[in-house]
Design a protein around this ligand. Structure first.
Ligand code: F6R
Length: 615
């Protein structure tokens, strides 16, 4: 969602602000802007739409200044136009803001009564006038911000410039992440370390409620205050995110690069969880009473929720434990009946999703233990959870999740094996063979990727489709859901994923000659049933794409009536356990190449945000 960058430098900051915003584009946005302070005046440029509009604007009307803030806005309060774009400013201050101010209408009324005139429909502007008002009352910038914070309700992060304190930038976090980047003679603040990755890896993550004062002056320094206003130190860390990890390299899109990174990141993730000597899953620091567990509850949103659905099949079959999978935005407003001896697993690649974070707080308030599975170890969810398992997917810039999803699956597969073993449910030989299946996966995925041109050709058959159906049974059913989600996210073709057995209960009414149907049908325990569903689709003349293996292909060709043409893609025969990970790759590639033909904005699909930090 929205992105913040702030820079205090000995050089002009305009071009770095724009560069930083470019690296935040992936989070999703619909307008952008920057502000600086120069000659005791605030200078500001804002533009609706893509960053290129802002770039063009600053090229024709540049602004000067060695201190500045920038923002990419994902509209919540008010349309995505220039007036609502950040920074918002008065004569005295300029503010960029992530998150939502819940009590903004009361504050706005109060400020209007005091004579302040609002220029936008945003909730952010109340912050501008509150700070301005406190400055007018004679407070210094720090006190004015601290007093303003006591009035604000909601989850937010801010970066603020002051006309009369041209060496000072104040930033603060309340429910929305912020990180400082530290370099000699240059300081950065951002909602995401990606923004300043090419310039420094030395970072300091603000804790909840922290406020940072960045100073230029004689030497570049910063001070941190906690939520009670006490000066604090926070540890400096080395960020894993480098300039290289946020480049597209030779790929046309981040999404394609990230699809092709999967053999490496899955191998890295697996190796981080395997004891290489004995090839056993070892989850260091996860000290659970595995034998006492009688239930697992997985809670997540979107693609991460689908990873949870795959895990349900795994844990039930190979670890003999009951699993419930829940959508976080529903779970948080229900009255779930919790039982003891339940392991709560929250899955979130960003670790910042507001609904998942809210569930975490609720679970903790009621004394339940939480294991978080995240891709960002410094994220809010990781920091609040009792136990953390990390996917080593590296930064994922494409908004539609690919490598983060399969890495989540890799971790969940390992967790399942560990649970099955500790509970003496899984036989040693089965355990060994499943570990070997996981070890073989990166190689299998490389093979599928080497043949990616198949999907370029297949994509041609989808470009005129208005609707598309994905079917799977058993362990590939969640991958049908994921395939449909990927397609709708990036190609804007309406797609639905269904359990193949549900076809007759409704969606078959949609099937006709114009409807492409993608069937995930590896030759496994569910295959024969899926084959019957295939027949039902064929009988209605749909365009069929079947993803299967060699045995599956033989069976399909024996049974399908001569003359019916369908596309079949054949995959290596693999253990059922790893099918969901392997069969994710073709649905990703298919969605990618269909979107490419349709000419959509693949890395930044319309209306979507990478990290969903508002409800
Ligand atoms: C889809 C996608 C989203 C996210 C969802 C939750 O490609 O990435 O559906 O999975 O917004 O985000 P995280 O995993 O960060 O909690």
């Amino acid at each position: 969602m929205c992105g913040i960058i702030g820079i205090v430098s000995q050089n002009q900051v305009q071009s770095h602000l724009i560069d930083g915003l470019k690296r935040l584009e992936y989070r999703g946005y619909d307008s952008a802007g920057i502000a600086t302070v120069q000659d005791n005046q605030i200078h500001r440029r804002r533009s609706a739409g893509k960053l290129i509009n802002l770039q063009n604007l600053v090229e024709s009307e540049p602004i000067q200044g060695q201190i500045g803030i920038g923002h990419t806005r994902w509209a919540t309060h008010g349309a995505a136009n220039t007036e609502n774009a950040h920074p918002h400013s008065s004569r005295e201050v300029a503010v960029v803001h992530n998150g939502i101010i819940e009590n903004f209408s009361d504050l706005k009324k109060h400020l209007q009564e005091k004579g302040y005139t609002f220029q936008s429909d945003t909730d952010t502007e109340v912050i501008v006038y509150l700070i301005t008002d406190y400055l007018h009352q004679g407070n210094d910038p720090l006190t004015a911000v601290q007093k303003t914070l006591t009035k604000l309700q909601g989850a937010f992060a801010l970066a603020i410039l002051f006309k009369d304190a041209p060496d000072t930038l104040i930033a603060t976090r309340h429910g929305s992440p912020l990180v400082l980047g530290i370099k000699e003679n240059e300081l950065f603040v951002s909602s995401d370390a990606v923004a300043f990755a090419p310039w420094t890896q030395q970072v300091c993550y603000l804790e909840e409620g922290d406020l940072a004062v960045l100073n230029a002056g004689d030497c570049f320094s910063y001070e941190l205050y906690d939520r009670d206003g006490h000066k604090v130190d926070r540890p400096l860390r080395r960020s894993q995110i480098t300039g290289e990890s946020v480049s597209k390299a030779e790929y046309s899109h981040y999404m394609l690069k990230e699809i092709f990174e999967q053999p490496t990141v899955l191998s890295d993730t697996l190796q981080s969880l395997l004891n290489l000597e004995n090839q056993k899953v070892s989850l260091k620091d996860i000290d659970l009473n595995w034998k006492m567990l009688n239930r697992i509850q997985i809670i997540a949103c979107g693609t991460s929720y689908y990873a949870g659905l795959v895990a349900k099949y795994w844990f039930e079959k190979w670890a003999g434990i009951a699993v419930d999978v829940e959508i976080a935005s529903e779970f948080r407003y229900r009255s779930p009946v919790m039982s003891s001896n339940t392991l709560n697993i929250l899955i979130s690649q960003s670790g910042e999703t507001i609904d998942t974070l809210a569930v975490l707080s609720q679970l903790k308030e009621h004394g339940h233990q939480v294991l978080a599975l995240v891709n960002v170890p410094e994220s809010s969810i990781a920091r609040k959870a009792d136990y953390v398992l990390q996917t080593l997917a590296g930064p994922e810039i494409g908004v539609a999740s690919t490598k983060a999803f399969t890495s989540q699956l890799m971790v969940l597969a390992c967790l399942c094996l560990k649970t099955g073993k500790e509970r003496d449910v899984i036989k040693p030989d089965v355990y060994e063979s499943l570990v070997q299946a996981l070890v073989s996966l990166p190689g299998m995925i490389s093979y599928v990727l080497q043949n990616s041109e198949i999907y370029q050709k297949l994509a041609l058959g989808f470009t005129t489709a208005r609707n598309c159906l994905y079917l799977g049974r058993g362990i590939t059913y969640p991958i049908a859901l994921e395939g449909a989600l990927k397609l709708k996210e990036i190609s804007y073709i309406h797609a639905e994923g269904y359990a193949a057995g549900e076809l007759k209960h409704g969606p078959i009414a949609l099937v006709d000659l114009t409807m492409p149907v993608v069937v995930l049908a590896p030759y496994d325990e569910w295959f024969e049933k899926t084959l019957s569903n295939l027949q039902e689709v064929i009988a209605r003349g749909a365009q069929l794409l079947c993803l299967t293996d060699q045995k599956g292909e033989e069976k399909i060709r024996q049974q399908i009536k001569a003359g019916y043409s369908m596309e079949i893609v054949v995959f290596p025969q693999v253990d059922t356990f790893i099918e969901p990970i392997l069969y994710t790759i073709p649905v990703q590639l298919l969605a990618y190449y269909i979107a490419l033909l349709k000419g959509t904005d693949i890395d930044q699909p319309r209306n979507l945000a990478k990290s969903v930090t508002v409800e």
